[in-house]
Design a protein around this ligand. Structure first.
Ligand code: FAD
Ligand code: SF4
Length: 540
């Protein structure tokens, strides 16, 4: 069956803050110039926001520029950040440290980024943007000259055996003069573009963290709307980068998350279990006593910063937002930079549509405040390669004395190269969940409302299936069993000899992308499942 074609001036892949800001800016420019520019956004989640997971403390700088009257328009920014606390935890104690300047949140808001995206989508649609949730962009389309000419959404109704079922509907070709890739951290099409157009040549590898998050409704006496708490230290050791956040929103809700740098070394480490253990700390546990967990999810985030930004322009399109890696790690914020990059790219694309083929997103980004912000922050994350205290000391020096203008730049290393073989690592024994404050993975995935059509080809592909046992199991004791926050990977024993086999429970996948990043041999390829599959986050 032939694929239907739809033609646009601009197609945007991904309805996150970057993609939606780009779509809105394009329509604003078109309206100001009294021109028609057809813009379409595709989103793999069942609705806009369904796959969005963030902290989130939101810096409104880009939103102020994009929609200056957002307050009158009812943007869901309801809880101003009023107090910052930064704690160092030991196993049984806690000490308050001065809050690093990047983590001061006066003027910011504690929000659900998913809800902000839902609101941005309404603004975009009101301007005439066509948004198609439930459609995953599965393939980049190229013309004979090798220029990107759009994307194709995935076929629906292909069975596990690769054959069409009675649900079969072919994908749609979305043809565009320019295509913006706004897939967020470790985008699956973005990954192929970076390789094909060698966008990372001369740049550092991208590095990542995994954030595991829960949303709680807490007891009234525990709720301090506007309070922002970050911790470092326990339960992580000095060599492992990471920490927690607790953000008190409206409606007695507290967003709690634990972020761990994916350059961690011990293959026995489980980010999910570290998060559960963190909640049992005497300084943290009382927040959750008498409360109720209402949502769970996980998502990777970029840590590489300035030195890991790839080339942004490609023939027929550009990378924006976390697909390019614009997150500011010392701030743990990327929504404002994602939005700004979408807006800057939209302005450049508008020029390209006008015939100025030389207009460059990268050149324009270099002139924007995002570039300056990331440049100043560039040495902070890599300074933690020497451990927590070395990183804290260097960061203070870099921030207060050098003010981000050091005449040197530290470099990043690829996360998948960092694991120590299991034989040289210490096993970590995690406490059993109590079902009140701490939970297991399966009951957690249950409240992420994750759902995938069961009869479809695997969206987690092993390039060489034999390596699951010959390398991952034998050398690293299959770390994917522990780093996957959804329990997708399981070693099962078969036959009289109990031979190990890797079982992949793909229907549980929450699309965090960690396996695609951390697999030591880069043997796991995450590709989009059927559109609409994945988590259904209410307000993460
Ligand atoms: C745990 C955690 C805490 C964070 N805390 C904060 C914070 O407090 N403040 C802050 O500012 N930032 C925070 N961030 C970072 C922030 O969430 C990101 O920087 C921001 O979401 C990036 O926006 P984006 O539009 O580039 O990508 P995303 O928000 O990831 O959006 C990408 C969208 O594209 C869709 N998509 C992807 N691939 C396809 C495809 N092939 N076809 C169709 N659709 C596709 C996805 O489903 C998604 O909806 C945090 C991130 C995490 C993970
Ligand atoms: S299978 Fe991979 S992408 Fe899916 S939840 Fe597990 S680690 Fe994340």
């Amino acid at each position: 069956m032939a694929r239907e074609q739809m033609e646009y001036d601009v197609v945007v892949v991904g309805a996150g803050p970057a993609g939606l800001a780009a779509a809105i800016r394009l329509k604003q420019l078109a309206a100001a110039a009294e021109r028609e520019v057809a813009v379409c956004v595709v989103e793999k989640g069942s609705e806009v926001g369904a796959h969005i997971l963030s902290g989130a403390v939101f810096e409104p700088r880009a939103l102020d520029e994009l929609i200056p009257d957002w307050r009158e328009q009812g943007a869901p920014l309801e809880t101003p950040a009023t107090e910052d606390r930064f704690l160092y935890l030991t196993e049984s104690g806690s000490r308050r440290l001065p809050t690093p300047p990047q983590m001061h949140n006066s003027g910011n808001y504690i929000i659900s980024l998913g809800n902000l995206c839902r609101w941005l989508a309404q603004q975009a649609e009101a301007l005439g943007v066509e948004i198609y949730p439930g459609f995953a962009a599965a393939e980049v389309l190229y013309d004979e000259a090798g220029r990107v000419r759009g994307v194709a959404t995935g076929d629906m109704g292909i069975g596990r055996d690769g054959q069409p079922t009675d649900r079969y509907t072919p994908g749609v070709e979305l043809i565009a003069r320019e295509t913006l890739f706004a897939e967020g951290c470790r985008g699956s099409l973005t990954k192929t573009l970076i390789e094909r157009f060698r966008l990372r040549d001369g740049r550092d590898p991208q590095t990542y963290a995994l954030g595991v998050k829960e949303l709680w409704e807490v007891a009234p006496e525990q709720h301090r709307p506007g309070l922002v708490v970050h911790t470092v230290g326990w339960p992580l050791d000095n060599a492992t980068y990471g920490g927690s956040f607790l953000y008190h929103l409206e409606n007695r809700q507290v967003a709690v998350g634990f972020v761990i740098g994916l350059d961690y070394k011990n293959p026995f480490l489980s980010p999910f279990e570290e998060m559960q253990r963190f909640k049992t700390h005497p300084a943290i546990r009382p927040v959750f006593e008498g409360g109720r967990r209402i949502a769970y999810g996980a998502r990777a985030l970029n840590e590489g910063g300035f030195q890991s930004i790839p080339k942004l322009d490609l023939p027929g399109g550009a990378l924006i937002g976390d697909a390019a890696g614009f997150l500011n790690m010392p701030k743990i914020k990327g929504s404002h930079t994602a939005m700004k990059s979408g807006m800057v790219a939209a302005e450049v694309i508008f020029e390209r549509l006008d015939g100025n083929a030389q207009a460059s997103v990268e050149a324009a980004m270099r002139q924007s405040w995002v570039w300056d912000e990331l440049y100043r922050a560039r040495n902070i994350r890599p300074s933690f390669h020497g451990g927590l205290w070395a990183g804290m000391a260097y960061s203070a020096f870099d921030t207060f004395v050098l003010r981000g203008r050091a005449p040197w730049t530290f470099h990043n290393h690829a996360d998948h190269t960092q694991l120590t073989p299991a034989g040289e690592a210490t096993r970590i024994v995690y406490p059993r969940p109590d079902g009140r404050i701490t939970f297991d993975r399966l009951s957690s995935v249950f409240i992420s409302n994750t759902n995938h059509e069961e009869d479809q080809p695997a969206h987690l592909r092993l390039r060489d299936p034999a390596k699951a046992i010959s390398v991952n199991y034998r050398l690293y004791d299959s770390p994917e069993q522990r780093y996957c926050p959804a329990g997708v990977y399981e070693i099962v024993r078969e036959g009289a000899d109990g031979e190990p086999r890797l079982q992949i429970n793909a229907q549980n996948c929450v699309h965090c992308k960690t396996c695609d990043i951390k697999d030591p041999e880069q043997n796991i390829d995450w590709v989009v499942p059927e559109g609409g599959g994945g988590p259904n986050y209410p307000n993460m």
